[in-house]
Each structure stands twice: as structure tokens, then as C-alpha cells.
Design a protein around this ligand. Structure first.
Ligand SMILES: NC(=O)c1ccc[n+]([C@@H]2O[C@H](COP(=O)([O-])OP(=O)(O)OC[C@H]3O[C@@H](n4cnc5c(N)ncnc54)[C@H](O)[C@@H]3O)[C@@H](O)[C@H]2O)c1
Length: 275
């Protein structure tokens, strides 16, 4: 059901790889709500992913960019502004990758070159996008920038590895840049802290199925899906949330406020009965 919440709004969506991607769901919802946007993803991801299909569906263009490369990000903004003949209103940063997670290096045996890549891809890319947008004055007043994060930035969750550090940095960048962007241009910057979600990036985390099950049992409302996350993103891009900025907004069915739940306790108790 569409409410035309984003009618007339223009944006950039980074990170839609396939139809499981949170960014993909955001693109579909934003399109249904009347938005126009360009899509961007890493050149390698464009070769094996389905971003082109999504572009056809949403009648838009794809601009390749490795989000760690400033010149690529500048190109995304230049081409987007040219495409629309003017400024944009929203940006989604939905980018994350850890070579340490991929190569199964545990947190107490990290490869430091990989660690730097994790931070560069998953956190500094957000600063690069914000700084490029700011310098090019690419976002209209009352525009909205959202990045996706995870509760492992605040609490230790086994297996999340150096992505936890990247997410802590990402959330800090949202606050630090959110202050400047709000003060100077009335643009808001927030992070959404999403439940574990079965996507290409999510599935790479060690023990992800158990994490999803645990989190589902712990959350009074259950895990939030990618589609539900997309709905939340739409509200943040809309004019209904103009004074929300510099926040880390939990979208996790209540998980982040829980300690122990009945459903988790019931499951946990079973392990004491099996001997
Ligand atoms: N899936 C989850 O459980 C979960 C939970 C909370 C937050 N998040 C966050 O949501 C965001 C989107 O992830 P997702 O779960 O939709 O998985 P996904 O794998 O579909 O998306 C990750 C995207 O990052 C892109 N990417 C990786 N390296 C890049 C680079 N150098 N330049 C440009 N793009 C690059 C990938 O191509 C991909 O499109 C990530 O920031 C992730 O950490 C995911």
C-alpha cells in the first residue's frame, strides 16, 4: 500500500546486490512511494549481482563505484545530479564487508590489512559519501541520509568480529557529520540498527542461523525483516521525520532493550534436560 510519502523526492541508493539486500527492498519501497533515485554498487558486485534488473524495474540508472574510492563517489554524485538536473533529497548507505569475516579470521587473530579494509568499506565510505555530498552541496534542505548498522556496535555478539568496530565508527560518523550537516544545511543523518537479516552480507557471519534464532526468541516483536526495514527507511526519507537527526535508531523488535526472554529461557532450559 503506497502513501506517496516520497513523491517528488530524489536520491541515491548504495548497496543493492540482489533481492535479499536491504537496499533492494528500500529501492522497491521508495519507488512505490513515488521517489526517483540512482543506484550504485561496487564494479565487482555489478558483475555477479542483479542490480541491473532492479534498475530496469525502477526505471533508473546504475553508477558503478567502489565506495572506498573518493573519485568513484564523486562520479556517483556528478552523474546523479546531472541525471536529475538538480539536487537530491535522500541517500541510503547500505554497504558492509569484512575480509576478516570472509576469511574466517577470529577477532583475536585479525589480519590488520583486512581490518583496515573492513573499516574503509563499512565505515569510512559513509564519511566519504557525506563529505562529497556536503562539498558539492548535493542535498536539498531537510534532506535525509541513512546508513544501516547493527547492535554489535554497543554489545558484543559472538562472531560479528571486526564489523562491530566498523559499526561503532559508522554510528559515530553519523553523529559527528549529522551535527555539521544539520547546523549548516538542515540535512539529517541517522543510522538504523537492524535485526539480523538473511542477506549475502548477513549470511557470512559465523553462526548466523543461531544468531537469528536467538534474536528472534529474545525480541518481543520478533526479528525485523528487510522489507520492514525498508518501510522504516521510507519514513526517515519522508518529511514526517524532519527533526530526527544524529540518532542510532533501533529497528529490532525490541531486542536491544532485552536481557532474557521467556522464549529464549525455554529454549535454553532444554539444554539442561538432554543428558
Ligand atoms: N543482514 C544483516 O543481518 C544486517 C543487520 C544489520 C545491519 N546490516 C547492514 O546492512 C547493510 C546492507 O547489507 P545487507 O545485509 O543488505 O547485505 P548485502 O550483501 O545485500 O549488501 C551489502 C552491500 O555492500 C556492497 N559493497 C561491499 N563492498 C563494497 C564496496 N567496496 N563498494 C561499494 N559497495 C560495496 C555489496 O556489493 C552489497 O551490495 C550493511 O551495512 C550491513 O552491515 C545488515
Amino acid at each position: 500500500m503506497s502513501h506517496n510519502l516520497l513523491k517528488g523526492k530524489k536520491g541515491i541508493i548504495f548497496g543493492a546486490l540482489n533481492n535479499k539486500s536491504i537496499a533492494w527492498q528500500v529501492a522497491e519501497k521508495a519507488y512505490a512511494e513515488g521517489a526517483e533515485f540512482t543506484l550504485s554498487n561496487a564494479p565487482a558486485a555489478l558483475r555477479f549481482g542483479d542490480t541491473g534488473k532492479l534498475a530496469e524495474q525502477c526505471k533508473t540508472i546504475v553508477i558503478p563505484a567502489d565506495a572506498t574510492k573518493l573519485e568513484d563517489i564523486e562520479e556517483v554524485f556528478d552523474r546523479t545530479l546531472e541525471h536529475f538536473g538538480g539536487k537530491i533529497d535522500f541517500i541510503l548507505h547500505s554497504i558492509g564487508m569484512s575480509p576478516n569475516v570472509r576469511k574466517k579470521r577470529p577477532y583475536n587473530d585479525l589480519d590488520y590489512n583486512y581490518f583496515l579494509q573492513t573499516l574503509d568499506i563499512s565505515a569510512l565510505s559513509f564519511h566519504k559519501i557525506l563529505q562529497t555530498a556536503f562539498k558539492k552541496d548535493a542535498i536539498n534542505e531537510w534532506g535525509s541520509v541513512v546508513a544501516l548498522t547493527y547492535v554489535a556496535a554497543q554489545r558484543t555478539l559472538y562472531g560479528y568480529n571486526d564489523m562491530a568496530d566498523a559499526k561503532a565508527l559508522l554510528e559515530s560518523i553519523a553523529r559527528s557529520f549529522g551535527y555539521i550537516y544539520g547546523r549548516e544545511k538542515n540535512v539529517r543523518v541517522n543510522t538504523i540498527s537492524q535485526s539480523p537479516t538473511m542477506t549475502t552480507a548477513g549470511g557470512g557471519i559465523k553462526g548466523f542461523d543461531s544468531l537469528m534464532d536467538f534474536s528472534e526468541r529474545m525480541s518481543p516483536l520478533g526479528n525485523a525483516t528487510a522489507e520492514e526495514c525498508a518501510n522504516y527507511c521510507v519514513t526517515l526519507f519522508s518529511d514526517l521525520t524532519r527533526k530526527v537527526t544524529m540518532q542510532n535508531l533501533f529497528h529490532d523488535g525490541g531486542f536491544s532493550s532485552m536481557g532474557m526472554s521467556l522464549r529464549a529461557m525455554t529454549q535454553y532450559d532444554k539444554s539442561f534436560n538432554c543428558d
